[in-house]
Design a protein around this ligand. Structure first.
Ligand SMILES: [Zn+2]
Length: 336
């Protein structure tokens, strides 16, 4: 396929409940996210967030001395209908459910815009860049505050019937609905309850009766001053309470990953996210994953090697750039 004669200028966004990031990429320099802006996502939600995104785009234009973008790609933290460009659910951004995000951005920015779920963008970055180059079947997961996944099967990104495939964090762990904590999605006893926020909760429960190096029990979760990183650091330094909480978290996340191995038979599972990439956490995740029995006596070494650290920096942003480039290429081919 013939590519555009001049290098494309792509605007990429990574839109989450906490932060909004925008990057400007020139395709002749690869899918780099070196030039970028980061702000706290506007808490008013809805159009205020779109206005914020437009302001960031204008600031990047001015900074880099360009007049227009060729295409826009958005990585969105939640289920996203990438055909219609519509947000299906936005648990962390007010006023975004059902929002026609790409149409609105297209009108305001004057360039074709495309959107995709953030974990799917992460998987695209792995497939297109380095980690999973040449792999047809793999899982890409992020373990941070939440727990999400994007997957490739038979060389194709799997979005599912209603764009909700790979919502691994919302896998129900118990048939008994009286067990487990409530999840941000409204469900109960979901795997995500053992990722970052859940780790704080696990620690809190243990700390109620056992003092740790992080101090005495501080009360309900909202009153705690430490985060998942603090708990991992204290665990690394030998704190028994923190280590128990981290081990429990890693065990449950590994258990969920092992179930996905049975389902999709991947060549590799790439682990991303601030918690997943913590060296102690990844080691414990690997140990728990190795110890999880999987059907048909999977070769132990092959199973061990399956779990890998993702190496792409800013994977969701990079995936949004790659997808936007691919979508524009397809659009131009249609027009030709
Ligand atoms: Zn859930």
């Amino acid at each position: 396929m013939i590519r555009a004669v001049r290098p494309r200028v792509i605007l990429g966004y990574d839109l989450g409940g906490t932060n909004a990031r925008a990057t400007l990429c020139r395709t002749n320099q690869g899918f780099s996210t070196r030039i970028q802006l980061k702000e706290g996502t506007d808490r008013r939600g809805g159009l205020a967030v779109v206005d914020q995104m437009v302001r960031m785009a204008e600031a990047l234009k001015k900074q880099e001395g360009i007049t227009a973008y060729d295409v826009v790609g958005v990585s969105f933290a939640g289920p996203f209908d990438s055909n219609r460009g519509v947000v299906l659910a936005a648990p962390n951004i007010d006023g975004f459910e059902g929002f026609e995000l790409t149409r609105t951005l297209q009108e305001k920015l004057g360039a074709p815009a495309f959107g995709e779920n953030d974990a799917n963008c992460g998987a695209v970055s792995a497939h297109g860049i380095v980690d999973a180059a040449g792999m047809d079947d793999f899982l890409w997961v992020t373990v941070s505050s939440g727990f999400g996944a994007g997957m490739y099967v038979n060389g194709q990104l799997v979005r599912g019937h209603s764009f909700r495939a790979g919502e691994i964090g919302h896998e129900s762990l118990y048939s008994d609905r009286s067990i487990g904590n409530f999840c941000g999605c409204g469900g109960k006893g979901h795997a995500e309850n053992f990722a970052g926020v859940g780790l704080r909760m696990l620690f809190n429960n243990l700390n109620y009766s056992r003092e740790s190096s992080l101090g005495a029990y501080e009360g309900c979760l909202d009153m705690n001053t430490y985060d998942a990183k603090d708990i991992c650091e204290a665990a690394s330094a030998g704190d028994a309470v923190c280590l128990e909480a981290v081990k429990t978290s890693a065990n449950e996340i590994a258990h969920t990953l092992a179930n996905y191995v049975v389902l999709m038979d991947p060549e590799a599972i790439f682990v991303s996210g601030s918690l997943g990439q913590n060296s102690l956490y990844f080691r414990l995740l690997q140990e728990a994953f190795d110890a999880t029995p999987i059907a048909f006596r999977w070769d132990a070494k092959a199973k061990h090697d399956m779990l890998r650290l993702s190496t792409v920096e800013d994977p969701c942003l990079v995936g949004a750039l790659v997808l936007a480039d691919e979508k524009l290429t397809a659009l131009e081919a249609q027009r030709a």
